[in-house]
Design a protein around this ligand. Structure first.
Ligand code: OAD
Ligand code: ZN
Length: 404
């Protein structure tokens, strides 16, 4: 991808299905100061590498950092980032963290408290952060759910490790598994879920500042969210590029190749053509870094839906909202809280992330269970039930039939 894009690569913070300790110890700058994969990965080991390779990569990282230091703007950014980290450190150290450092916004730390806050009209800039869990009811598997997650079901591809399917270095050598999977999961074959429609409703209500998604299924667009409201942190299938000469290809062109069971090759230079989804070790889109900087300080309610919060730099965004900003997690299980034992051991690093189980928690709420049900519950409590059901095509259809 283009050099102009911020040099933060995608990576995990923790092994699949493990608590994302590193996500909860992320710097307050949203990770934009991590200059290479290992920095951004926050501790994930790349199973394809030896310890020596990792050490040599770390040296490379230091060199990259020195090169970047030549840039004055970067220096300013680094200072701001350092100050942010220092502030965060002092804040959490003095208060011992646990979410008690901000002003109390919620009367009650519960779903009802969040609903009351939205109804009060004080909340005008909601950011939604979503992951694969908002699309599973559309028939698209998530990645890490035991048994059903994509990474648990890739035996037939004979991969060295599950994430290899989205690993750029592996792709360059063996692109076939990715394209076979791309055919199976090709966007267009699926419909938005009630969770997508709930996000659309937030937009209709003028409450949605931005929707940040890790998903590449484009279902938020199908649900009618305007492009400027959506940040596709892990890229999109809508465009593709040659990994050699960077020639751009359309979605139709790529689709035709994929459905003919061909490996898409560049008409100019015969290199591989890859959809613009962000693979591990690749840069996230520039839009992600531009908008996170301006959006998150303005956020007055963070809604986190259907994500394990294990992949960086996306996961650490939860720490970038103001300290008083309520955060509501709608997910099958708790995520983004870190591991309390690790927290005790690490001291200062323990307090970022969601403070769901902390006695000092004044702003973090978990609505555990199905995303669609959680959204329906919210819509109901907010008094938006009718409007919400009219937006959801299958429900609206049923309603119309009942009226006839
Ligand atoms: P994960 O599979 O890691 O996490 C999905 C989360 O959603 C889990 O906590 C599930 O329990 C939960 N979940 C699943 N279905 C749900 C439902 N119907 N209702 C509520 N919760 C549900 O997926 P992500 O967090 O999205 O990157 O993964 C992040 C990134 O890892 C992906 O974007 C992908 C992958 O590597 C790329 O490859 C581009
Ligand atoms: Zn080319």
């Amino acid at each position: 991808m283009a050099d102009s894009q911020a040099a933060v690569k995608q990576g995990e913070t923790a092994a699949p299905n493990k608590a994302p300790e590193a996500a909860t110890s992320a710097p307050a700058d949203g990770g934009t100061k991590c200059k290479n994969l290992e920095g951004a990965m926050g501790g994930m080991r790349d199973p394809s590498k030896t310890k020596e390779q990792e050490e040599s990569d770390e040296e490379e990282c230091d060199e990259n950092e020195l090169e970047d230091d030549d840039d004055d703007d970067d220096d300013d950014d680094d200072e701001e980032g350092f100050m942010g980290m220092l502030q965060n450190f002092l804040r959490t150290k003095l208060d011992l963290g646990g979410g008690g450092e901000g002003e109390k916004v919620l009367d009650e730390v519960s779903v009802e408290g969040v609903v009351k806050y939205i109804k009060s009209g004080k909340c005008k800039n909601i950011i939604t952060m979503a992951g694969a869990g908002i699309s599973t009811s559309a028939g698209i598997p998530d990645f890490r759910s035991p048994g059903t997650g994509l990474y648990c079901n890739l035996e037939k591809y004979n991969l060295p490790f599950p994430e290899a399917i989205f690993d750029i270095e592996f792709f360059k050598v063996n692109p076939k598994p990715f394209f076979v999977l791309a055919k199976d999961l090709y966007p267009g074959a699926f419909n938005p879920t009630p969770s997508h429609w709930f996000i659309r409703l937030l937009h209709e209500k003028g409450l949605l500042l931005r929707h940040y998604t890790q998903n590449i299924d484009t279902l938020e667009h199908v649900a009618g969210l305007p492009a400027e409201k959506v940040v596709e942190a892990h890229g999109t299938f809508r465009t593709s590029h040659c990994i050699g000469c960077q020639k751009e290809y359309t979605q139709d062109w790529l689709k035709e190749e994929i459905f003919k069971d061909l490996i898409p090759k560049c008409e100019e230079c015969n290199n591989l053509v890859k959809p613009d989804i962000v693979f591990f070790r690749e840069d996230l889109p520039a839009k992600f870094f531009e908008l996170t900087q301006s959006d998150f300080p303005k956020c007055d309610l963070l809604l986190i839906l259907g994500t394990s919060l294990t992949v960086q730099p996306f996961a650490m965004l939860i720490n970038n909202v103001p300290p008083s900003c309520p955060r509501l997690l709608i997910n099958r299980e708790k995520a983004g809280s870190g591991d309390p034992m690790m927290g005790l051991l690490h001291g200062m690093l323990s307090s970022s992330g969601l403070a769901l189980d902390s006695p000092r928690n004044i702003r973090d709420v978990a609505l555990l269970g199905d995303c669609d049900q959680g959204c329906a519950k919210l819509a109901d409590l907010l008094g938006w039930k009718d409007e919400y059901e009219k937006l959801i095509p299958c429900k609206a259809e049923k309603g119309e039939k009942a009226e006839e």
